[in-house]
Write a protein that binds this ligand. Structure first.
Ligand SMILES: Nc1ncnc2c1ncn2[C@@H]1O[C@H](COP(=O)(O)OP(=O)(O)OP(=O)(O)O)[C@@H](O)[C@H]1O
Ligand SMILES: Nc1nc2c(ncn2[C@@H]2O[C@H](COP(=O)(O)O)[C@@H](O)[C@H]2O)c(=O)[nH]1
Length: 205
């Protein structure tokens, strides 16, 4: 029997909305049934960030070589730094029948929409623009200049919301996680139904 390929789950949304916070909460839950794909970036590590855990930190030269070699499923330049998803890890994990969870910005998500339209696309939205700004400033990890650039980019990012399968408001982290888990569960049920229908059609039933 052919092993069913895993589901590619893409969580995206503007900088500061809480993607990382929600993702960490999802992965801390006992029954999490998907694998996190660690991204590559040329950004400098923040205090406490660990290479190979939070990101694979690369130089621009290393990153550009990876692009040339076709080693990335998607990549984007975001506020002066490259970010990208390693292709081999995603393919190997999906081929093994495991779901893969990506936490990426919107340009990368749009590339995946082209390459893997059967992925599940979830947009994490802020309760308001003011709250988004407050979260970005409150995190305190970027300079005022970088925060301003990220906020300026956020308006364009919010315009991409309608291209997603689902929009989840991140009002409270636990609520957002419950909604995301419910969406993933529903998507699995939907795929099972489609597969059953297809198989019974093949059998001429
Ligand atoms: N539901 C929430 N309510 C209040 N604060 C939140 C919520 N979710 C996240 N935050 C806070 O907002 C800030 C930004 O969150 P986080 O770093 O997870 O965002 P992000 O979308 O991953 O950002 P980036 O795209 O820049 O990496 C953090 O200080 C986090 O603690
Ligand atoms: N297109 C991609 N975007 C990614 C990836 N990994 C993270 N990100 C997104 O970049 C911004 C900035 O991240 P930060 O850690 O500097 O705050 C944020 O929206 C991330 O979600 C990736 O592989 N590809």
């Amino acid at each position: 029997m052919i092993k069913e390929r895993g589901l590619l789950i893409v969580l995206s949304g503007p900088s500061g909305v809480g993607k990382g916070t929600v993702r960490k909460e999802l992965f801390s839950q006992p029954n999490t049934n998907y694998e996190y794909s660690i991204s590559m970036t040329t950004r400098n590590p923040r205090e406490g960030e660990v290479d190979g855990v939070d990101y694979f930190f690369k130089t621009r030269e290393e990153f550009e070589t990876l692009i040339e070699q076709g080693g990335l499923l998607e990549h984007a330049e975001f506020v002066g730094n490259y970010y990208g998803t390693p292709l081999a890890y995603v393919n190997e994990t999906l081929d093994a029948g495991r779901d893969v969870f990506l936490e990426i910005e919107v340009q990368g998500a749009a590339q995946i929409r082209q390459k893997a339209p059967d992925a599940l696309f979830i947009f994490l939205a802020p309760p308001s623009l003011t709250e988004l700004k407050d979260r970005l400033v409150g995190r305190g990890t970027e300079t005022a200049e970088v925060i301003a650039k990220r906020i300026a980019t956020a308006s364009e990012e919010l315009e991409m919301m309608s291209l997603y399968d689902y929009v989840v408001e991140n009002d409270e982290v636990t609520n957002a996680c419950d909604r995301i888990n419910a969406i993933i569960k529903a998507e699995h049920c939907r795929r099972e139904r489609v597969e059953k229908r297809y198989l019974s059609m093949l059998r001429g039933e």
